[in-house]
Design a protein. Structure first.
Length: 264
């Protein structure tokens, strides 16, 4: 009887071991899948930020699968996550495309940024004042912005501007704020044609902002960021009005030409 019990015990240990191994393999597979989906999500986000994927562009799964070396499953998971961040639009039975924002939607984004980024600037300056952090990362981002201006490439300047704002939010130490601003700014940059303000003007404002943060002046940093964003918002509004006016002039010219041709 004792021999039978030993055999049963040994058999149970084998079964338990096999079950544990199967469980470990399943968990490992889930982790690998989640890691892969996260990598695909980050890659697509970078492609949108760098302009490789333009607003309104259809996201062709076969092409992206081949380019990123993944199956469609992690791509679908990444699309879903990017949709929540307003970067991708899922189309029923038609796949997905990079989201293209209207003027009204861009102004809505500015309203959110105008509330959140001054808070991030305030938090960053306060953290420096309390000795919790060093502003070295902000100096590096500012130097990169200067270098981008010297290079003279609009995409490089927009990317450096994005990195400067993100460096500032990161210094504030609020992860939720950092993630929100990161996603919103990518949405804005991907829909932004050219630069809203002269690069040298933005550089001067960035330098003023960095100086306030480095000396730990939270109220000044908050006020400078508010002014910085308000200037960009007003520039976007002026550009939109100019485009509407130009379209009206072109339309009037076409109507006048059509009337002339009809009389002739």
């Amino acid at each position: 009887m004792e021999s039978v019990n030993k055999k049963l015990h040994a058999k149970c240990k084998i079964v338990d071991g096999e079950a544990k191994a199967a469980y470990d393999r399943a968990v490992s597979g889930i982790i690998e899948y989640e890691d892969l989906a996260e990598k695909v999500y980050k890659s697509l986000k970078e492609m949108i930020l760098d302009g490789q994927l333009a607003p309104g562009e259809k996201l062709r799964q076969e092409e992206l699968s081949e380019k990123l070396g993944v199956s469609r499953t992690p791509l679908a998971a990444a699309f879903s996550k990017l949709e929540k961040e307003m970067l991708v639009e899922l189309l029923p039975r038609r796949g997905a495309r990079v989201r293209s924002l209207s003027y009204a939607e861009l102004m809505d984004l500015f309203e959110v940024r105008a509330r959140l980024e001054p808070l991030g600037a305030w938090r960053a300056a306060r953290a420096v004042a309390e000795g919790a952090i060093d502003a070295g990362a902000l100096r590096v981002a500012l130097a990169a912005y200067r270098a981008a201006i010297e290079e003279g490439s609009s995409p490089a300047i927009k990317r450096a501007d994005y990195e400067f704002h993100l460096a500032l939010m990161r210094l504030g130490g609020n992860e939720a704020l950092y993630r929100i601003v990161s996603s919103f700014n990518i949405v804005f940059i991907s829909n932004q044609r050219g630069l809203l303000k002269p690069a040298q003007q933005s550089l001067a404002e960035h330098e003023e902002l960095a100086a306030a943060v480095e000396r730990g002046d939270a109220l000044a940093a908050e006020a400078i960021m508010t002014r910085h964003l308000d200037g960009a918002r007003r520039a976007l509004h002026a550009r939109a009005e100019g485009e509407v006016s130009a379209e009206g002039e072109v339309s009037a010219e076409r109507e006048s030409r059509a009337e002339g041709e009809a009389r002739a």
